[in-house]
Design a protein around this ligand. Sequence first.
Ligand code: DX5
Ligand code: ZN
Length: 219
Amino acid sequence: MNHLIAPSILAADFGNLQRDIEMLNNSEADWIHVDIMDGMFVPNISFGFPVMKAAAKHATKPLDVHLMIVDPDRYLKQFAEAGAYGITVHYEACTHLHRTVQSIKELGCKPGVALNPHTPVALLEDIIRDIDLVLIMSVNPGFGGQKFIDNTYKKLADLKALAAQRNPALIIEVDGGVDVTNVDKLVNAGATALVAGSSVFSANNPSEAIKSLKNPVKA
Ligand code: DX5
Ligand code: ZN
């Protein structure tokens, strides 16, 4: 399967959100990545339900929701009702991760678990069979436009090996600092979904930028 591209609307123009969502609808993007930040788990606040619902109203592609919030159980139902397809929670933010994953499934959404750059892949050993996706953060979460962390490639190799043993259908997503210069290497290392914010929305032609991420030139 070709890798999935999930542009992050964190880098969109919120004053023209409908226009930007329609651009994504008409592009080669597979999903629309929705970054939710609470100012507690990460040192930034992004947006909440009204903005996500506005995005969902116009989006024709699945919403891939990335919750960078503490104790996400409090809001799972609201994110499902706001139109989430997948809900990804942070390993570091969930005391009872197994319960959180089951709740996401019961709401009819696809569960994912995100790992901060310092969190080892091996910690997923006993949850990996229960989830659809693992999101490897390739920057410290909280802001768009940060520099890609190279240790991500090592983590992709670890995750690929673990998934081969325990969940071959797992989607391996990378988030942060993804652009045309690293996309081919990431896919070769095992990434099957790529999030891109600034490299898409700061491009002169965002739709072409998505196309280049979807069809990278082989290194
Ligand atoms: C970072 C977010 C990312 C972010 C990626 O905390 O989780 O999804 O929007 O932005 P870029 O692609 O600009 O690094
Ligand atoms: Zn994200």
